[in-house]
Design a protein around this ligand. Structure first.
Ligand SMILES: [Fe+2]
Length: 174
């Protein structure tokens, strides 16, 4: 995504920075760390999917597949690091639970916002066919995020007992 191709990357980034600024201003350092645990949880869930299911990359350029798989491994590590540091800083399950709610809202709304902006630039924002293709990719085949919702729900239902255990990611060797 870049400006030369018409994508407003800088503007999107500025809006994320504004949210980060709000977080720094109104949340304690430990709550900021806790909300990072939530964000890292999302990226690790997505990464797990990328590493487990080759169908996600069907039709993708091999260099992009390699790049995303490498990045996915990194993301899995981030989650463990964020969790460990939060625990070491005296962070509690309750703190991780309420910041995960906040992270869910922020992450979800940002993803939707960015999707809308990018589809607008691509001129397909009002295309029912493109939305159907996107939803199918996300929830049907290969269903990139379909499994993530129950996994996230499990975290809430379990009262965030141990992110370490829930965060444990099984990477299938191929
Ligand atoms: Fe990360």
């Amino acid at each position: 995504m870049n400006e030369a191709r018409g994508y407003p990357a800088a503007a999107l980034e500025r809006r994320v920075e504004w949210l980060t600024h709000l977080g720094r201003r109104f949340l304690s350092k430990r709550a900021q760390l806790s909300i990072m645990c939530g964000f890292e949880h999302f990226t690790a869930l997505m990464s797990r999917r990328l590493l487990e299911d080759p169908a996600v990359f069907a039709g993708a350029d091999p260099s992009m597949t390699a790049l995303w798989q490498w990045h996915a491994v990194e993301e899995v590590e981030h989650r463990a690091v964020a969790f460990d540091v939060h625990c070491a800083a005296g962070g509690t399950r309750f703190e991780r639970a309420w910041t995960l709610v906040l992270a869910t809202l922020v992450f979800g709304l940002k993803v939707i916002e960015q999707q809308i902006v990018l589809m607008h630039v691509d001129g397909c924002l009002w295309s029912a066919r493109e939305w159907a293709r996107l939803l199918s990719y996300l929830y049907v085949r290969p269903g990139v995020v379909a499994a993530d919702h129950p996994r996230l729900l499990r975290v809430f239902l379990a009262g965030v007992p141990s992110f370490g255990a829930i965060y444990a990611v099984r990477i299938r060797s191929r």
